[in-house]
Design a protein around this ligand. Sequence first.
Ligand code: PMP
Length: 360
Amino acid sequence: LEYAAPGVADLRPYQPGKPLAELERELGIRDAIKLASNENPLGPSPLALAAIRDALPDLALYPEGGAPELRARLAQMHDLDPRQFIFGNGSDQVIEMAVRAFAGPGTEVIVSQYAFAAYAIAAQASGATVRTAPARNYGHDLDAMTALLSERTRLVFIANPNNPTGTQLSGAALETFIDSVPAHALVVLDEAYLELMDDDNYPDGRQWLGRFSNLLVTRTFSKAYGLAGLRCGYGMGHPDLIAVLERVRQPFNINSLAQVAAHAALLDTRHLEATRVNNRQERQVLAEGLDKFGLTILPPAGNFTAFAVPGGGQSVYVALLQRGVIVRPLSPYGMPDHLRVSVGLPVENQRFLKMLGEVL
Ligand code: PMP
């Protein structure tokens, strides 16, 4: 182990939400709820499930790595060229491919304090130097990030909205920032939650793809599309940028079931709409419920909201676990007072609020 690469030797791995089955085994119960990983409480689209059943007989065959049907559908939907897409085993893998292709020893990668943890983990593992810009009100401070740009910068990560803090950036601020980043650095704009933002005019990074060839916009099927277990995400960018990322993509990284399910999920606009309606209403219920307890909440965004329990983040997390409710402690983000709760079904959110009331 002492021979692990320098970035890996002192790496603190990503801490996922506690799995539901694990808690149920520990407590000997069968009705725990998990509101810890921003998953879709409505489950996958029935069309996706049907597509998976239809694809099962072909499981002995390798998948087509380029996901041609999914690619064609997305290109049409986003009004882009099919060569502008790259697919990953989750958008996490798209992030990792960007790091593999552009970062490494001797380079610098800029992230914001409190940004989604996968960026810094992938960058550090590559041997790059991670430069963390201090946050402003828990969100990305674009001026602080600009101040860190250097000749050695190869990647800049931005999540809009950011997970876990829910903070949001305006289109104007983003555009000015991307414009200020030199061509030797790639901006990765992570839009994992875009489909779950209620404002139909929420800034959409696609609009800048024609202008900036050093911009990669990432999306996922794990959130609004309810396919987190299948692992499928994608990046959109200039065809030349995508061609570079393709060099480091594993040949069969998107499995065949994920490809057909993602394709079917895109066609199921009813399921997406039902997801958005539940999310909009129930996120409000959660925010109001937390507010009634007098808790300070960070901006609700996507399908989650973070809130503070001064001095009691960890103990409230544990007490909720004991009551069969899994939320996400934000201590790995350096926010030990904060917890994050994902939007569930009405009955799940009520149970969470009831148990939280007991615990508090
Ligand atoms: N980006 C953000 C901001 C996220 O919150 C997540 C999921 N937690 C991801 C990327 C990765 O999602 P996936 O790999 O499932 O596509």
